[in-house]
Ligand binder design. Sequence first.
Ligand SMILES: Nc1ncnc2c1ncn2[C@@H]1O[C@H](COP(=O)(O)OP(=O)(O)OP(=O)(O)O)[C@@H](O)[C@H]1O
Length: 282
Amino acid sequence: MTSHDKTLTDLTPIDRTAVLDGLTRRPGGGLVATDVSAWFGERKVLDRVGLAMEPGRVTALIGPSGCGKSTFLRILNRMHELIPSASLAGEVALDGEDIYAPGRRITEVRRRIGMVFQKPNPFPTMSIYDNVTSGLKLSGLKTPDKDALVEQCLRRAGLWNEVEKRLRAPGGALSGGQQQRLCIARSLAVSPEVLLMDEPCSALDPTSTRRIEETIGELAAEVTIVIVTHNMQQAHRVSDTCAFFLAEQDTPGRIVESGPTSEIFDNPADPRTADYVNGRFG
Ligand SMILES: Nc1ncnc2c1ncn2[C@@H]1O[C@H](COP(=O)(O)OP(=O)(O)OP(=O)(O)O)[C@@H](O)[C@H]1O
């Protein structure tokens, strides 16, 4: 029998992980937002924002508080529409397909475009193992080997070595940084093409922050990452592309400029970008 003839249960754990890697790892999807505007009630908070978030790269959304970064992020996986007063216009396409097209299933959009929040939010009394697999049922995904998937996701989130001997311990028993990596592992379990991260390190200490940044770097080749951060050094360290948002004098948020991170930081086209990235306001 060759390795191709073996069923998953015949394989060693390491081989199984490799097989599942092949099944679930793929280049991230490209997200393109075109003319996106957003409102809360009558109040317009985003005005015709356009941004291409390229497959397999990290895009950082930067800008002062209240300029609409989180709103834009939530529009990218259809979470904005959960807020009763919220509305929007424009288009968001994942690999060329409009995620707001009539008939498009929201659960499918959210499976393909995952979200990691500011505050780590594992299910605290659920085991580490069950936290990782918790999204599978909701997404209607079947996996031939949960153990291998859990190991693979925890490895990719950079948490495996710290938890492999206590997979049945509750998620709430982990440190804040470990909980955030557990949330990343949970997101990865449903094979997203895009991972949205809303200030994922703002509740963490510097060591945990570094660890998450390493994880982002490792994931970037296979998952398109869009991260909101107030930390300019972090944006500089982790992103390939940066978009600078600004809402001037009670006008809705817009993108002032976007481009390669090195240019946004070292040679921005707009003086407002230079002032912001150099800490002169915001
Ligand atoms: N649920 C909501 N209801 C009404 N207005 C909201 C709601 N959420 C956000 N806003 C408003 O929309 C605007 C954009 O907010 P948003 O949170 O997207 O900005 P942000 O750039 O992410 O800010 P921060 O950096 O402080 O998180 C703000 O003026 C905010 O007050």
